[in-house]
Write a new protein. Structure first.
Length: 285
């Protein structure tokens, strides 16, 4: 199997939220409003084309210029994979929500499962239990979504790499517990389970899959802890994290740089050493 750091594979770029302190752990941070806007727009058009092509959304859900734009985009971290021509070929986002006071403040509240008479209450309870667990462990809480992979990259390692790269980003941010809504299309939920995600639980019982009319397919809500991917992929996450330290982080505006404590940095770099040079997933709603 090809290694995730192979040089002829895609290169990563990171778009941080509009208003966030970017940690000093990242070594290649630039402030470029135009480039940030260009990449964000390209990513949204790419995501719109993929989602519409899969039948997950309607053409009327897109902006006039073809973008799949949601409010969470401006508030999220985006991991973009760029091909040899510099075009977006896969993407995934992470929305930090540890400051949310409860379920009603979360983006995942929009999931169709919330409105289920049979499961809505269990869903709310399960998500709030994950939020409580994150607070107890003093790590972040958030949601992963916006997953899209170009058609010609789906039978490669790219779907796997973009997920593992997002795990790596979360490790660099200090680790987090979170949730993800995953479709059954292209075995998306199956792949996420293989990497280490698990069913969301209420009172120890797995929440079952459900049909989401917005995306016209069966969905699952999965939970994850970025600190504990499937051990099979631990080394991959570590190497990707060491490379992402040097990946371009393109900020929309200057907000300053966060100074992490030594203990936080040690946690972020658990399992790998700083390199001397840069080493050569179907939508999730």
């Amino acid at each position: 199997m090809m290694h995730p750091g192979t040089r002829n594979q895609t290169q990563f770029a990171i778009l941080p939220p509009s208003r966030v302190l970017v940690s000093n752990v990242f070594r290649n941070v630039t402030v470029d409003k135009q480039r940030h806007s260009e990449l964000m727009s390209e990513m949204q058009r790419f995501r719109g084309r993929i989602y519409a092509g899969d039948g997950a959304i309607r053409a009327t859900d897109l902006t006039p210029d073809g973008r799949h734009r949601v409010r969470a985009d401006d508030e999220s971290w985006h991991v973009l994979a760029l091909d040899n021509s510099g075009q977006v070929c896969s993407c995934l986002r992470y929305l930090q929500e540890e400051r949310a006071s409860g379920f009603d403040d979360l983006w995942v509240r929009h999931a169709a499962l919330t409105r289920s008479p049979a499961l809505g209450r269990d869903f709310r309870k399960a998500v709030e239990a994950e939020m409580s667990r994150a607070r107890q462990m003093r790590i972040g809480f958030g949601e992963v979504g916006g997953w899209a992979v170009a058609e010609d990259h789906r039978r490669t390692l790219e779907p796997l790499r973009i997920i593992l790269a997002t795990y790596a980003l979360l490790e660099l941010l200090g680790g987090c517990v979170g949730v993800a809504t995953a479709t059954s299309r292209h075995s998306s939920a199956t792949m996420l389970r293989r990497i280490g995600l698990r069913s969301l639980q209420s009172d120890g019982v797995d929440l079952p899959p459900y049909y989401d009319p917005q995306y016209s397919c069966e969905m699952e809500v999965l939970r994850f802890d970025s600190r504990f991917p499937n051990p099979k992929y631990r080394a991959w996450v570590d190497q990707l994290a060491s490379g992402m330290v040097h990946a371009p982080v393109i900020c929309r505006a200057r907000t300053g740089r966060d100074v992490q404590t030594e203990s936080n940095l040690q946690g972020a770099f658990r399992g790998f050493e700083m390199p001397t040079a840069e080493p050569a997933l179907a939508p999730v709603a």
